[in-house]
Design a protein around this ligand. Structure first.
Ligand SMILES: Nc1ncnc2c1ncn2[C@@H]1O[C@H](COP(=O)(O)OP(=O)(O)OP(=O)(O)O)[C@@H](O)[C@H]1O
Ligand SMILES: [Mg+2]
Length: 248
């Protein structure tokens, strides 16, 4: 379980998070939506300790991320995989090398584990063939880099997966392949996920609950059905794909 409690964070003089409370239950998929620049990526980064809260805390399986020592933070991070908004692949590593980083340390030394097979399977899941394995990220398109980042995130089958805009920049076919992959991870291994997205259709397809973050706080949270029928017109406008661009 991930528990975000009264989280506050100021960055560059701006109160980005002003008391965020959010619980993500075991096996649940929570989608976080909100206008650009509202702190969605900053929120995800607090879950893995890339930002320290000014106030409040994040607990992963009961362990405080902000008070964790080196050993505990490694333990927390070993349970979580993270798809960064900008893919964040290592430029000097091949696609294969990047995906291997998603496997636990020493995993490939185990005699019962065929790492090459796991890497190839992960690539297949994101609709890429083995011919890209020896390539460097710079040799791939932005959408292909995104899919390699997704393969890296899913290869280790961690319990928690944080996705920051997993389908942004993908064509509709590949976006739907990624949505299916996210759904299948949840169904097959019961992964718990937090997805940040601007894609209203994927949010409604994937989410157990949708949280709307704006002005530093969660303005609304509920099942897709609850939010679809909310009387709050601001939230309704925000979740209407046609009106999305100008909303909130
Ligand atoms: N490392 C940083 N240092 C200073 N300010 C930062 C830092 N990271 C983010 N910010 C600021 O925090 C605010 C929220 O940024 P964040 O990246 O979380 O937005 P977002 O909701 O993810 O937006 P988008 O939908 O465009 O990705 C922005 O004003 C941004 O400039
Ligand atoms: Mg972002």
């Amino acid at each position: 379980m991930i528990e975000i409690r009264s989280l506050r964070k100021k960055l560059g003089g701006n109160q980005v998070l002003a008391g965020v409370d959010l619980v993500v239950n075991e096996g649940e998929c929570v989608v976080v939506m909100g206008p650009s620049g509202t702190g969605k990526s900053v929120l995800l980064k607090h879950i893995v300790g890339l930002f320290d809260p000014d106030e409040g805390d994040v607990l992963v399986d009961g362990m405080s991320v902000s008070r964790a020592d080196g050993r505990t933070i490694r333990q927390i991070r070993s349970r979580i995989s993270y798809v960064f908004q900008n893919s964040a692949l290592f430029d000097s590593l091949t696609v294969g090398g990047n995906i291997r980083l998603g496997l636990p340390e020493d995993h490939c030394k185990r005699p019962d584990v065929n790492c090459n097979e796991l890497v190839r399977e992960a690539l297949e899941h994101v609709n890429l063939g083995p011919e890209v394995l020896p390539l460097l990220p710079a040799e791939l398109s932005g959408g292909m880099q995104k899919r390699v980042a997704l393969a890296r995130a899913v290869v280790g089958r961690q319990r928690y997966v944080l996705y920051d805009e997993p389908t942004t920049g993908l064509d509709p076919l590949n976006a739907s392949i990624i949505n299916e992959l996210i759904a299948s991870l949840k169904n097959e291994i019961g992964s718990t996920s937090v997805i940040v997205t601007h894609d209203v259709d994927s949010a409604f397809y994937l989410a157990d609950r949708i949280a709307v973050l704006s002005d530093g706080v969660i303005q609304a949270i509920g099942t897709p059905e609850e939010l679809r029928t909310t009387p709050d017109q601001r939230i309704q406008r925000f979740l209407d794909p046609a009106a999305y661009a100008g909303a909130m």
